[in-house]
Design a protein around this ligand. Structure first.
Ligand code: KG4
Ligand code: ZN
Length: 334
């Protein structure tokens, strides 16, 4: 009999469902919540409501697209955490109701581990052990991955996540949310060496991104005093320069981790891994360092249920199921 998993992602501002058959992710339906751009960031209460509206149609579409009936399902996977409590509740309650009604197992998935296992959706796949730089709106981590379910955080941010730094810097420039992709686009036509900003460098493999955000804000304030149109007139160079800083900070620690661990299989994951500057610099660095690098397809970089489905599949193989009483865990431990 085939193993058919329906997976649901609802941790932030994407409602997504995916079907995985015998370890192969066959689709990945994503409904992005546009409402937040009006407010310059994700509004948790609005996210929960939008998930409520989107979840049934998104699940229905994934099932219909894969030609799957309710009775074909072997298990339901869902993002248990970390994420926004109200948002997680919607996906969790939906997943539980289906699992209860169908009397099939429920699998609680860790969102950040799923970002890493997104590398096992398509070829080429990394070999164990590998390092993964996981960069999203809520996290920045260097993780050593010894097996599908055996991962250890080697270093992480002590304050803001790098995606948050991208978004906050974009907001300071007056760009709409989410600012990361906007900075990426503007940076393409900019001079990345034109401006420098004060940054904080942490010891070891940890990161800090709040210092650079303050350095960037002070820089903009100073320049705006001299010329109120400074940002408008220089947005490409400003974007390229802040992007260069953030990427250099990320890659410096990644290089340290690779040296320390003696590992040359290097992956990136999470929303910021969609950044073209990061992708390009990682490619050049891999040639210098002799790394094999793994960059997920765009579709699997930002939040998606495909990554939840593949992770649920490996948890299912390991017998790692959740209780029907499983509660959402906004701060789920790694
Ligand atoms: O993984 P993700 O979709 O959601 C979280 O789990 O946080 O990551 C979202 C983050 C946002 O901060 C967004 O601005 C950033 O990823 N992001 C980017 C790009 N695409 C998404 N940052 C820089 N360049 C991009 N192209
Ligand atoms: Zn994410």
């Amino acid at each position: 009999m085939k193993n058919v998993i329906l997976a649901i992602e609802s941790s932030c501002d994407e409602t997504s469902a995916s079907i995985c058959i015998d370890g192969k992710v066959v689709n990945n339906v994503i409904a992005t919540q546009e409402i937040h751009s009006k407010y310059g960031g994700v509004v948790p209460e609005l996210a929960s409501r939008a998930h409520q509206q989107a979840i049934a149609p998104v699940v229905k579409e994934a099932m219909a697209d894969a030609d799957i009936e309710m009775s074909d399902l072997s298990a339901i996977g869902f993002t248990q955490g970390p994420g926004l409590l109200g948002a997680l509740l919607v996906g969790g309650a939906f997943a539980k109701s289906m699992a209860l009604a169908l009397d099939i197992p429920l699998i609680g998935v860790h969102h950040m581990k799923a970002h890493i296992l997104a590398h096992f959706i398509e070829d080429p796949k990394p070999n164990f052990p590998f390092l993964c730089l996981t960069v999203s709106g809520g996290h920045t981590q260097i993780v050593r991955v010894d097996n599908f379910l055996d991962m250890k955080v080697l270093g992480q941010t002590t304050d803001d996540a790098v995606g948050e730094a991208f978004d906050k810097c974009a907001k300071l420039m007056g760009l709409p949310y989410p600012g990361g992709p906007m900075i990426d686009r503007l940076a393409e036509d900019g001079d990345e060496n034109r401006f420098t900003f004060n940054e904080t460098n942490m010891a070891g493999l940890d990161y800090s991104f709040s210092g650079i955000k303050t350095g960037f804000m002070n820089f903009l304030n100073k320049e705006r005093m001299k010329n109120p149109d400074f940002v408008d007139e220089n947005k490409n160079d400003i974007s390229a320069s802040i992007q260069r800083h953030l990427i250099d900070m990320l890659l410096e620690k990644l290089r340290m981790a690779a040296d320390q661990q003696g590992i040359s299989q290097i992956a990136i994951a999470g929303g910021v891994s969609a950044n073209s500057g990061l992708r390009d610099k990682l490619k050049s660095l891999s040639i210098e360092e002799g790394w094999d690098i793994f960059i997920p397809a765009f579709e699997y970089c930002t939040d998606n249920a495909g990554m939840i489905a593949i992770t649920a599949y490996y948890q299912w193989l390991a017998g790692d199921m959740a209780e029907m009483s499983a509660a959402p865990m906004p701060r789920m431990k790694f």
